[in-house]
Design a protein around this ligand. Sequence first.
Ligand code: AMP
Ligand code: GLY
Length: 415
Amino acid sequence: MRVLLVGGGGREHALALGLAGDPAVEVLVAAPGNPGIAAVAEVRAVEPTDPASVAALAVEVGADLVVIGPEAPLVAGVADAVRAKGIAVFGPSAQAARLEGSKAFAKDVMTAAGVPTARAYTCEDAESVRRALAEFGAPHVVKNDGLAAGKGVVVTDDPAVAEAHAAECGRVVIEEYLAGPEVSLFVVTDGEAALPLLPAQDFKRAGDGDTGPNTGGMGAYAPLPWAPPGLVDEVMRDVVHPTLAEMRRRGTPFSGLLYVGLAITAAGPRVIEFNARFGDPETQVVLALLDTPLAGLLHAAATGTLAAHPPLRWRDGSAVTVVVAAEGYPAAPRTGDVITGAEQPGVIHAGTRRDGDGTLRSAGGRVLCATATGPDLAAARQAAYDLVAGIGLAGSQHRTDIAAAAADGRISLPA
Ligand code: AMP
Ligand code: GLY
């Protein structure tokens, strides 16, 4: 199989490692890739959000399968353009990617499908914003309606901060606060059949103890020792299958990766958000544990043959990833600093570039993801932090508590 992978962040490096490790893959091309991906794939230049350019590249490299990593190309219609060339694509159409591209659309689908989620209002003016904030009370949750790279949500006790964020965004979704630990569940689907991956947990806040601003994600671990038994089956039954059925009913079936972000509340699991692609950095830990060949799985989803795919196989043990971010992330990351220690196995490249002379430099907010497995969470955590200790990047920051509460048995479910 000849595979073209679109994207160039940490998620795509993890996907590239999985795809390159599948014996069915003869050729792996990544565009635009990054220096980490370049070690396992042929890297080509492309503007990832330009449908015509990606489709032309897919034809040029003779791709049997195109895997689209990030959300922006999906929302821009890259999957549609590639499919129009008769090439199998792992990733939803632009219409179906609105499950991520518009929070208001996602809420509408969830309501129609009877999916458990926070009560919400879509607001476009200051008066309706004030009314919604007053009805739900603090903590206030205000979400930019459009794509915001994981940074469009403000959760605050201060109504003035909530109102200011709403005013800045224009159209927002304001919803009730969901209390309880969060879960990221990834589901591979061809629109009808659906296979869940291992549940993972992400750390969205920049600082230890879940303090500081929201980020794209500062670390992750899988599986979740504290997850209630039956959680995945319940989410498949109450969330995933009703959502897929509603998308089919609308004539815009969703195929690819449905990312279900959940809070485990006292009343049960509630959807916080849908994304239309693999999560970053959760993918780094989930794929580290997947034993089933990745290209075959994604190809089955892309060709509508997932119902015939064998059950997924998982490695024993746990995986942890710790994001090493640039100074100033998320507000104003500094780039261009020299990186050392990135050649350690398990160090995944997120925002890096290589100079003509071979020097590796930071090129984004999240720079590297130190990823390790171990027989249990404590061991995986130790191994991931050992990798972090071997990385050199001036001014870099990372959280020191990724997976700590879970490893110590300190996560409790609300009664
Ligand atoms: P989102 O972009 O929708 O994933 O939101 C980013 C983060 O904001 C989530 O991971 C949660 O930590 C938090 N968040 C979003 N919606 C809610 C909610 N209704 N209740 C509590 N926290 C939320
Ligand atoms: N890790 C959160 C996301 O990918 O949206």
